[in-house]
Design a protein around this ligand. Structure first.
Ligand SMILES: Cc1ncc(COP(=O)(O)O)c(C=O)c1O
Length: 386
């Protein structure tokens, strides 16, 4: 008879009886990690079809027919692993052409949120020492993920009425700075940092990650992606979740020098991008006329909605270059949460920004711009509750 295996049968039982102190084992950064609040998304899926989603900056358009057909066609092949994101020459060529760079400047990620994690893993070597510079306000996931990976976060004052963001960023650069990370257009203000300001930051030599999640919605010529051809301290992050309307498939991509792309490829998981997302992205890039028509429509709806909101007493929309509008309600005599719940009672989910770091408290909520007829209804509801 084999002697009892102390690590198997007995310890198996023991393990059940013994209580481990999980808190002592868990990475202290995970212990302290802030949770990215996803309740709004859960509520919308639980009441799918009943709620107008104007809270997560998704696209309100279903995927184009050509993209849906490509998704249906590939469904029968998902028994196979996808091509690795460092290969898929055809998709990377199309992305490179679209962004005016070369294939070697491109790799893919499971949404641009995964890209953030990959960048932190690639560059943050000494937790509690290495620093990243963020802007306040900016996309909430930046600081949550930066801290999880051990980066010390330093915040440059941004905000809707600051023209000195670049100077504020540069003042924070130290020998421990790994990179600057900012969204352009900014989420949640919808403002675009001036081109000369981005150049000013890049000229200082600091590694700079520009998140162009909403770039397609901004004015023509706003993008900095083509500068990758001449700047080795620029990384651009992009996504198919916004203008391309594929948030549920999770596809992001990064543009940088071949050297940076090499390390990103080493850090990310193989098979991080699924086959359906790859095929849908390529189908979208093959149907750019229709993608662009929708983008134009969204821009027009955004401008129209901005005017409508400006007519509502007490509301001040902040002109936006994204697919969303931040609304200042300082003069409305109500708190943002009241707007959010009154709109939700009428089936419209907008996002409360009363406690957003970098924005004055109790002053803002954000509306994602959807299709015109839904925005007409939203404008009427806003009129009626003000
Ligand atoms: C600035 C910014 N970057 C990235 C993301 C996330 O994009 P993805 O769906 O590609 O992870 C968002 C989502 O709202 C965002 O606002």
């Amino acid at each position: 008879m084999r002697p009892p295996d102390p690590t198997c049968t007995h310890s198996g039982n023991l393990r059940i009886l013994m209580t481990i102190n999980v808190e002592k084992l868990v990475n202290p950064r995970a212990l302290k990690a802030a949770k990215y609040d996803m309740k709004h998304v859960t509520v919308c899926w639980e009441h799918d079809g009943e709620i107008q989603r104007a809270m997560s900056n998704e696209s309100a358009y279903s995927p184009l027919e050509s993209v849906q057909a490509a998704i249906r066609d590939i469904a029968g092949k998902v028994n196979w692993y996808p091509e690795d994101a460092s290969e898929c020459a055809s998709l990377r060529d199309k992305l490179a052409a679209y962004a005016s760079v070369q294939r070697e400047n491109v790799t893919l990620a499971n949404g641009s949120m995964e890209l953030l994690d990959i960048l932190f893993q690639t560059f943050i070597a000494q937790p509690g020492v290495d620093e990243v510079i963020l802007v306040a306000p900016d996309y909430t996931a930046y600081s949550i993920r930066a801290r999880l990976f051990g980066a010390v976060t330093r915040f440059a004052i941004g905000g809707e009425d600051t023209d000195k963001v670049a100077d504020n960023i540069l003042e924070l650069v130290t020998p421990r700075t790994k990179f600057v990370l900012l969204s352009r257009p900014n989420n949640p203000t919808g403002k675009v940092m001036r081109t000369e300001d981005v150049l000013h930051i890049l000229d200082s030599g600091v590694l700079t990650v520009v998140d162009e999640a909403y770039i397609e919605l901004a004015d023509e010529g706003t993008e900095v992606a083509p500068w990758i051809n001449s700047r080795d301290n620029l990384i651009v992050s992009r996504t198919f979740s916004k203008a391309f309307g594929l948030a549920g498939l999770r596809l992001g991509y990064v543009l940088a020098t071949p050297q940076i792309i090499h390390y990103v490829n080493l850090v990310r998981h193989v098979f991080n991008v699924n086959l359906v997302a790859m095929v849908a992205a390529e189908a979208s890039l093959n149907d750019m006329d229709n993608v662009k028509a929708r983008i134009d429509e969204q821009r027009q709806t955004r401008e129209w909605l901005t005017e409508q909101i400006a007519r509502v007493p007490g509301l001040r929309p902040i002109p936006s270059q994204g697919n969303f509008i931040l609304v200042d309600i300082a003069d409305a005599g109500k708190k943002p949460e009241e707007f959010v719940s009154q709109l939700l009672n009428r089936g419209i989910f907008v996002r409360d920004f009363s406690k957003k770091y970098g924005l004055e408290p109790d002053r803002y909520f954000r509306i994602t711009v959807g299709q015109r007829q839904d925005m007409e209804r939203l404008a009427q509801v806003l009129q009626s509750i003000c």
